[in-house]
Write a protein that binds this ligand. Sequence first.
Ligand code: NAD
Ligand code: UDP
Length: 324
Amino acid sequence: MVYAMHSRKRVLVTGGSGFIGSHLCEFLLREGCEVICVDNFFCSDRSNVAHLIDNRNFELIRHDVTFPLYIEIDEIYNLACPASPVHYQHNPVQTIKTCVHGAINMLGLAKRVGARIFQASTSEIYGDPEVHPQKESYRGHVNPIGLRSCYDEGKRCVESLFLSYWKQNKVSIKVARIFNTYGPKMHPNDGRVVSNFMVQALRHEPITIYGNGQQTRSFCYVSDLVKGIVKFMDSGSEVTGPMNIGNPKEVTVLELAKLIIKITGSKSQLVFKELPADDPKRRCPDITMAKNTIGWAPSVDLEVGLRLTAEYFEKCFRNGGRLS
Ligand code: NAD
Ligand code: UDP
């Protein structure tokens, strides 16, 4: 009997065992793709993808994207990079290498095999923005030598690399500026605001507000985000981005803390801690481009998404898993 070779689309997801990557792997498998998940487990482990290991269309490879990778694939989602400020500031040199060397290696791979490549860029490329909400045309306000610069400047360089490979080598690129995303499978110890507040609330421990809590963020539920990035990947090759993908509903950090206390029925008190250096004061995406070019907008309400996230953290707690 003759079997059709590679009848399924072969998709590489770097950073695939991380928070967003693991949701993306699940989504792509449901869509009928063959998924190759690459991760060096710098800030994750196998647990987010353990349930996929027995799927014959899924393959997990331990690999650091700062080294070249030689495989045959049709599409690449380049997500590998620590995303939490605590993680990316832990080893700033490695963060820059992951951004820049990782992008060069993945773009080289895309060029060699003729694959389309998606890059997870970030709202951090806008720095502490002076324009609000942030449109893609805004060039940003980044401290090039500050605590966050390894990530911000790393991702800015990646955007430049992607646009250069597109212009110079005709590589088909998709660059998304992802805004704060949350949901199940966030690492409870990653130091990000949603995971910190969830864990603190469920343990009835003090909720740590940095600064006066009046800084804002706009939170996108992970299923909305994954739909957005796959829609972007599947759009016409003329749609390259950079494109904002995020939820434009803006809340203060203090409002977020109160909402999480309400949802979890927590007895936690609020405590105010020093605001980290260069912490952006306001952040909210203008998603007109995503609406008009790929017909995408988020649909999950913040309270609904936080309830689903709380259920996940509660389950981890009950099972004596990551929260214990
Ligand atoms: P995450 O930290 O949960 O996942 C990142 C994954 O990349 C981890 O599994 C980690 O082990 C892996 N990784 C790190 N360095 C690597 C390397 N050198 N080689 C191979 N794997 C490596 O983060 P996330 O929230 O899932 O973010 C995924 C991507 O989306 C990142 O590129 C991040 O910059 C971007 N992003 C995320 C958000 C957000 O709010 N979650 C916002 C903006 C941008
Ligand atoms: N933050 C906070 N308490 C925490 C963690 C974060 O008040 O325990 C604040 C942080 O100072 C920032 C916002 O929440 O203003 C979002 O922080 P996060 O680390 O999630 O991501 P950022 O958007 O800053 O990259």
